[in-house]
Design a protein around this ligand. Structure first.
Ligand code: AMP
Ligand code: ZN
Length: 134
């Protein structure tokens, strides 16, 4: 079965379109964290950061910047979160690459995540594992 975001791009499922160009489509998230919550997606189907073409990724992030500015001005918010849930373990539900732009309001109650700390040697160990794959 074809993915829901591909259907949105084809117009088979309705959406509140924010922006469109030849490679990018942006629309309001149907269940907004805050009003104006926008999804920015490639028109071509890529599942995740590993798959996506680098040029398309650049196209997307430029649109994120453009819409982020428009959200700040238009909705008179002072900031926004840009979120990418990459993989189901990271909360990705729709397997079509997408950035979330989430307008933030003072005291909107959105809590992002708890943070921990490294103990002796743990940071170096992690660092080595990541850097050898770069
Ligand atoms: P994620 O958890 O990162 O995969 O986010 C998927 C997002 O897509 C969720 O925030 C949903 O609310 C949103 N979503 C799912 N279906 C639709 C739809 N038909 N129109 C707009 N947003 C949708
Ligand atoms: Zn798709």
């Amino acid at each position: 079965m074809e993915c829901v975001f591909c259907k949105i791009i084809k117009g088979e499922i309705p959406s509140y379109k924010v922006y469109e160009d030849e490679s990018v489509y942006a629309f309001l998230d149907i269940n907004p964290v805050n009003f104006g919550h926008t999804l920015v997606i490639p028109k071509k189907h890529y599942e995740n950061m590993e798959e996506i073409d680098k040029k398309i990724l650049c196209d997307l992030i430029k649109v994120v910047k453009k819409i982020g500015g428009a959200i700040k001005k238009g909705l008179k918010v002072e900031g926004y979160n840009i979120n990418l849930n990459n993989g189901s373990v990271a909360g990705q539900v729709v397997p079509h690459f997408h950035f979330h732009i989430i307008p933030r309001l003072e005291n909107d109650g959105l809590k992002l995540w708890d943070q921990g700390e490294y103990k002796n040697g743990e940071a170096e160990n992690v660092l080595n594992k990541i850097k050898k794959e770069l």
